[in-house]
Write a protein that binds this ligand. Structure first.
Ligand SMILES: Cc1cc2nc3c(=O)[nH]c(=O)nc-3n(C[C@H](O)[C@H](O)[C@H](O)COP(=O)(O)O)c2cc1C
Length: 198
């Protein structure tokens, strides 16, 4: 397949130019098949040593939302409770147990098992990259996102990941955005303000 050409403008609009962060969504549900498709797209984004350290919990039920609610900052609470779906994007501090499958020519246990600082750095960096791939995969499938850092990570970890090696990174509200909820978009830095070519 020929891949040397940019995506059509309509695709660039859907992924970047017109895509917005949403605080309010329509009533339309996010079905489980769409969540599966999203993960199946997201997973092809690159990570260090192909470690794929991100982990995901999709919260749709009222019972699970009620467990999440107390960990949210006040400004994020009501909109998250109202969202059709909330993804907890986490990373696995013990991602290296999966390296025999994902990167078999390297002894992951030897590299990371007794080096928690190294393991955390890899898990957080690549897990955060995967969160970005996740947002773009959601947009590619027609969903809208509301990413949030405003929550108590320790509380989410105690509630959803007690006794495990998963740690929360960001939350992403998911659904079909209500355009009436949008404010005018803020500026972005121009090339010369954020980049240079040497
Ligand atoms: C990592 C991250 C954390 C964020 N945390 C919050 C948050 O806690 N609460 C909130 O209302 N918006 C949050 N946002 C939303 C940003 O403010 C928003 O994506 C940004 O202003 C761009 O808006 P636009 O996509 O509509 O242009 C967060 C976004 C990201 C990517």
């Amino acid at each position: 397949m020929e891949r040397a050409h940019p995506l059509p403008v309509a695709a660039l609009e859907q992924l970047f130019l017109d895509a917005r962060t949403y605080n309010r969504f329509t009533e339309r549900e996010v079905d489980d098949a769409t969540l599966h498709r999203m993960v199946d797209l997201m997973k092809w984004g690159p990570t260090a040593m192909n470690a794929c350290p991100a982990r995901f919990v999709f919260i749709k039920s009222a019972a699970a939302k009620a467990r999440l609610g107390p960990a949210l900052s006040p400004g994020n609470h009501d909109k998250t409770m109202a969202a059709p779906c909330v993804a907890i994007i986490a990373y696995d501090l013990e991602f290296y147990h999966r390296l025999p499958l994902l990167f078999p020519h390297v002894d992951g246990e030897a590299l990371f098992a007794n080096k928690p600082d190294d393991a955390r750095a890899v898990a957080f960096r690549s897990g955060t990259l995967q969160a970005a791939y996740f947002i773009l995969a959601a947009r590619a499938l027609g969903l809208d996102c509301g990413p949030m850092g405003g929550f108590d990570n320790a509380q989410v970890d105690a509630t959803f990941f007690a006794g495990s090696s998963w740690r929360s990174n960001i939350l992403v509200n998911l659904g079909y955005g209500d355009p009436a909820s949008l404010r005018p978009r803020n500026a972005r830095l121009a090339f010369d303000q954020c980049a240079r070519i040497e």
